[in-house]
Design a protein. Structure first.
Length: 212
């Protein structure tokens, strides 16, 4: 499946990060930051003295921090940020503005705004999903706006709405399972019923509307 976020957009975002002087790993050491997105232990080392990427990144960015340029990550073929799948790229951007990485909310919001200035050309955006300790947590997604998008992508919109509903129900179940297990059980039943009805509707099969 081809990417929808172009290499041009990705390069523009990385250029912005460098020009503005934002440290991509925030307050975390680079290996700790990258471990939030990638499994460094399973990625190859470019240094024969080490078994994996975790080892050589530590050596050349922590032990000897001037071995590699500060923004080496943007061109490292192991991570392939210019051509990796859209979800990985968006996840990388969202981790850059996670409060554990970047506690300054105003700085994080500024970065998100500038990310979105570039992502909008490919019809993507980064939005606030929730909060932790009153600080925003961001997610990236494909934008579906306007009459044309709604008419041409009705099926995709339905899938997205269903996905949001499922996520909401699961979050509610998890939050109530200890304090109010009966509520969690009821939500589980409702979720299963909704999924089953969606399958029936998707396959154009008839079912009893009063089915319980």
């Amino acid at each position: 499946m081809s990417n929808k976020i172009s290499e041009v957009t990705r390069r523009n975002i990385f250029d912005f990060i460098q020009v503005e002087g934002f440290w991509w790993s925030g307050r975390l050491d680079e290996p700790d930051f990258l471990s939030r997105v990638f499994n460094l232990d399973d990625m190859p080392s470019l240094d024969s003295r080490f078994d994996n990427a975790a080892g050589d990144i530590w050596q050349h960015r922590i032990n000897n921090p001037y071995d590699w340029p500060d923004n080496w990550i943007f061109n490292d073929e192991r991570f392939n940020l210019l051509k990796c799948d859209d979800s990985t790229f968006l996840n990388f951007l969202c981790e850059m503005v996670h409060p554990l990485v970047r506690p300054d909310t105003s700085e994080a919001i500024k970065m998100v705004q500038l990310f979105n200035d570039n992502l909008k050309t490919d019809n993507f955006e980064i939005i606030e999903k929730t909060k932790i300790s009153d600080k925003p947590i961001f997610v990236g997604h494909l934008k579906l706006t306007g009459k044309d998008s709604i008419e041409k992508k009705g099926v995709d919109i339905k899938k997205i709405l269903d996905a949001e509903y499922v996520t909401q129900q699961i979050n509610l179940m998890e939050s109530s399972i200890e304090a109010a297990p009966h509520v969690s059980i009821g939500l589980s039943k409702e979720l299963i019923e909704t999924c089953c009805k969606s399958i029936f509707e998707g396959s154009k099969e008839k079912y009893n509307k009063d089915w319980d």
